[in-house]
Design a binder for this molecule. Structure first.
Ligand code: FNR
Length: 339
């Protein structure tokens, strides 16, 4: 049994709830004009989209968080039931623990029977194809995520220090994995350069997981008492800039916007900037753990209603039209993008 790894998993959840540092997605620097002549009938607004060939109720998914411990088993059970009720996809947290520790597998495999939701498995980019296939089969995943988390590893005492073979490894996984592979960050964002390199090796699904929400440098720092990494708490590419950068690489990248996505305005502005889908982690976890199952469910139901409200205010009937809404960049985001 991998006791240390289990302990770390539970500390991530606990420290997420205790974390205080607030960074910005800069989505507030995206200006979208009000449409006073909107001719929309609210009840005709359709928020549904296609994701991996299936219809889902809105372009929002629950992103990778947990698995491997008793607490995370309950969380994955609740999140998967909530996702089923709302009809949105769900990713599990890193399945690395399940590769070696048989006892931890139940917290993931509970999803294997739930074929009525779209499921994404999750492993670090250092894992080989065999591990990805194992993780996929454990939950009967529709797709896998490979996470890039160098900032997190570097501030962990027990973290990896050598990333020199990871990209070559990822290349092989992308080429041979039998389901789509989403490459994601964990809250520090993906740059234009990085996206281009991923595109060149055949990656077509990128989740920017930018700065503005969960901060793994802080979360890991809280587990260590004799070191202080606070000067890095504001490190990372704001989610809004990462969306623009990754989209500028190619139109045929399926782009997931995540990192600090909390409300309907975040969702809609991300789509307007070029995302195809959005994902929430920290926010839904807060509703679930600070509140309960019903509170988390209510959060997502209200999110959908408010996405409709945003769409009514700009005068669009579906997500395809929403994505064509004009916008202007202001302030710091404009400086970063144009400067
Ligand atoms: C995460 N995240 C994450 N990502 C990943 O790829 N594998 C993982 O195991 C985890 N574990 C994890 C645990 C907890 C408690 C949180 C809050 C998050 C990162 C997550 O998927 C996402 O990329 C970031 O959290 C940014 O999104 P939010 O939280 O700002 O919406």
């Amino acid at each position: 049994m991998d006791e240390k790894r289990r302990e770390r998993k539970d500390q991530h959840i606990e420290n997420y709830l205790r974390a205080e540092f607030r960074s910005k997605t800069l989505l507030n620097n995206v200006y979208v004009e009000h449409n006073a002549l909107s001719d929309i009938n609210f009840d005709d607004i359709d928020t549904s989209v296609e994701f991996l060939g299936k219809k889902i109720s809105m372009p929002v998914m629950v992103n990778a968080m947990t698995g491997g411990t008793d607490i995370s088993e309950d969380i994955n059970e609740d999140l998967s039931n909530i996702c089923k009720e709302i009809n949105i996809p769900m990713a599990v947290g890193s399945q690395a623990i399940a590769l070696k520790d048989e006892d931890s597998r139940a917290s993931f495999s509970l999803l294997s029977k739930k074929d009525d939701i779209i499921k994404l498995g999750n492993l670090g980019w250092e894992n080989n194809l065999e591990n990805f296939e194992f993780a996929k089969d454990l939950i009967r995943a529709n797709a896998m995520q490979a996470h890039l988390n160098i900032a997190q590893e570097l501030v962990m005492d027990e973290g990896d220090r050598d990333f020199s073979n990871n990209f070559e490894n990822l290349k092989k996984v992308v080429k041979s994995l039998r389901v789509p592979l989403f490459v994601k960050e964990v809250g520090f964002g993906i740059s234009k350069d990085a996206a281009q390199k991923l595109y060149d090796i055949g990656v077509r699904y990128i989740d920017v997981a930018g700065k503005g929400g969960t901060n793994f440098i802080e979360i890991e720092d809280m587990r260590i008492f004799d070191k202080d990494y606070s000067e890095f708490y504001s490190w990372g590419i704001p989610t809004s800039k990462a969306i623009l950068d990754v989209r500028s690489v190619a139109d045929d990248i399926f782009l997931v916007a995540s990192g600090g996505i909390r409300n309907s305005v975040d969702v809609c502005k991300s789509l307007i900037l070029g995302a195809d889908m959005t994902a929430v982690s920290g926010e839904i976890l807060s509703y679930l753990l600070r509140g309960d199952y019903d509170y988390a469910l209510k959060y997502l139901k209200e999110l959908q209603v408010k996405i409709k409200l945003f769409m009514a205010l700009v005068g669009v009937r579906n997500i395809k039209e929403l994505k064509k809404t004009p916008y202007k960049l202001t302030g710091r985001l404009r400086e970063l993008v144009e400067g």
